[in-house]
Write a protein that binds this ligand. Sequence first.
Ligand code: HEC
Length: 258
Amino acid sequence: MRRGRYSKTQIPDCRHSNGTSCIRQRTLTSFAGLFLMLLFLAGSLRVAAAQGPVFMSEPPDDAARSGPVASPDDPKTPRRHFRITDPARLSDEAAVEAYTRVKGRMAAGYALSRHPGTEAYQSWMRVNQTPYRSAAHGQRYLNNYVNDKARAYRLFEDAGKLPVGAVIAKDSFTVRSDGSTVPGALYLMEKMPDGFNHASGNWRYTMIMPDGSVFGTTRGVGERQVQFCVSCHLAVESQDHLFFVPKEYRQAGTAHKP
Ligand code: HEC
């Protein structure tokens, strides 16, 4: 029925043909309106709750997939890494101990990708003393290894441009507050010949998941997925796109046998 506006004087006299008073009818209408409004509100709250985690809290743990977070506007183009929900804060010794436990499992997983570098990277020179955490790579514990061609990397800011064939491998793992250790992704930068990709300074960025699947690689499978690596590293274009290991974790010159 039509919701009318009645003046106080009209209401008492108003009667429908079936005898119901307009006052009763109007009260019923108001209840129905209120009910519909509540339904609508409950609906909106449910939608907000469903969207909430995307914008308001961290995504779920990354035990199996430590890839980057999809951006809300384009789920195919990640902007940053998954963060871990309950990371443990370890002493350097505990981080070394945790890494010793998990590194074999990590190497075996990455090698399944058959991507160059994954089979041997743990025998290369390691340029950090102990695994360190970095916000830029999702608060995981990280290690940086360099192959022979990338040895100049250990000179850090004095490294200059690294030659074609230089490979830097950064592995990662997570330690949860319950002490469990979980392999994370392997991040690779490989210097390719001139003309490979100007925007990345001819670096090929590759991200390999702990199960050996390739999440993305510049000029190859899932290229868009690693575009965010290129963009962030562009900030240090003047030093060959390299950020270098935080100073307090750098390893003095000699090769470190893991
Ligand atoms: C938000 C910025 C940011 C993003 C995104 C990012 N990185 Fe990095 N990357 C850094 C910083 C800062 C460092 C140095 C500190 C560290 O080790 O985390 C670094 C270091 C590295 C290194 C060691 C060489 C160097 O620059 O010293 C490699 C290899 C690497 N990143 C690979 C990748 C790959 C592959 C991706 C994409 C899957 C990626 N990075 C995404 C900021 C970023």
